[in-house]
Design a protein around this ligand. Structure first.
Ligand code: AMP
Length: 326
């Protein structure tokens, strides 16, 4: 655990009257949980400080974590400390006015490619950014205050980014820190219901995905969620993107891909894998991310086919050189 950088961060937090928290475009449980969680810790501990989240995006399925954030006027940035959480590359920060802040801290669990902060606390072995916020709380627990709502926010990110504690990045420390959050009194039955209950229409969409999915010769599953499909099932970009998880448990398939048409004409790609790493493929197509969970963008059917071919060749090679995959 990197306690020296945590000490520096706490020092900087104490030095500022205004702290603005930033996160990435396309909200997920981890970036919302981590920013709302850190906001909670700091507001409870330092009620005299002005702590806010600079991001007005909305997410339906995360609305239970609290109201959307209010817009922040331009004039509030210059004397603020910016803490950017869960964003590997600066172009994905949802409010680019973070640059106007006096000092920038980056807290992230993606592979370090761009240390855009004045202080960078990056641990790519962490299963979520929320795990880092929980570790920060644990390190200074004699000094920091917490309540059950704040713990619920942090726990939500730990659960969602780790696939309910299933992914490879989950270590003993993850579960110990999750336990520390649970100790604050989280209504897990309600929390899991908020996250995982599905409505009737979305299960019909799931059935359609299973009908449409294809698998390459060497074990890459993929599906293209066209605009027509999105309209037919009344999907938001967010709900269409969820289709990636439907392809995750096919025997013999080590890599799965969802291509989602977006409004700007681009085709967003979500890449996932088991055992084999696939972020090198994402990087070839304007993307990146974690070893087994990455994102990319393509602009044509040809490029889509080319990415599928690359993934297929990659998995072929993996299967030829490794044993024990399922
Ligand atoms: P997603 O499919 O959006 O959940 O993305 C999976 C992971 O890849 C996330 O941790 C993202 O941070 C990362 N990622 C997604 N898109 C990009 C991109 N264009 N460039 C770099 N990293 C990305």
């Amino acid at each position: 655990m990197n306690t020296s950088v945590m000490n520096v961060i706490l020092e900087r937090i104490k030095a500022y009257d205004r702290i603005l928290l930033f996160r990435h475009i396309r909200l997920d449980g981890d970036c919302v949980g981590a920013t709302k969680g850190l906001e909670g810790l700091l507001t409870l501990t330092y009620p005299q400080k002005d702590v806010r989240i600079a991001d007005t995006q909305h997410s339906d399925y995360l609305a239970f974590l609290g109201p959307d954030e209010a817009a922040i006027p331009d004039g509030d940035f210059a004397d603020a400390l910016a803490i950017v959480i869960d964003v590997g590359s600066s172009n994905r920060i949802s409010d680019q006015r973070y640059k106007m802040c006096r000092e920038i801290i980056k807290i992230d669990h993606h592979i370090e490619r761009e240390p855009y902060g004045h202080i960078n606390w990056v641990e790519d072995s962490r299963s979520s950014a929320c795990e880092m916020i929980a570790a920060f709380y644990e390190t200074f627990r004699d000094e920091l205050a917490i309540d059950s709502h704040t713990a619920s926010c942090i726990y939500t990110g730990m659960v969602t980014d780790s696939g309910r504690f299933e992914y490879e990045g989950v270590k003993g420390d993850t579960l110990r820190l999750a336990g520390l959050m649970l100790d604050q009194g989280i209504d897990t039955e309600r929390l899991y219901a908020q996250l995982y209950l599905r409505d009737f229409a979305s299960l019909k969409f799931k059935a359609h995905i299973y009908d449409q999915m294809q698998v390459t010769e060497n074990g890459v599953a993929y599906v293209h969620i066209t605009r027509e499909m999105q309209q037919r099932f009344g999907l938001t970009f967010e709900s269409a993107s969820a289709a990636i998880s439907y392809l995750s448990d096919i025997r013999g398939v080590l890599c799965w891909l969802a291509f989602i048409d977006s409004d700007d004409g681009a085709i967003r790609v979500r890449l996932r894998s088991r055992f084999a790493t696939i972020n090198t493929i994402a990087e070839k197509y304007r993307g990146g991310g974690h070893a087994c969970a990455s994102g990319a963008t393509v602009y044509s059917a040809d490029e889509m086919c080319s990415l599928i071919r690359d993934a297929d060749a990659h998995i072929k090679e993996y299967k030829e050189t490794h044993e024990g995959w399922l």
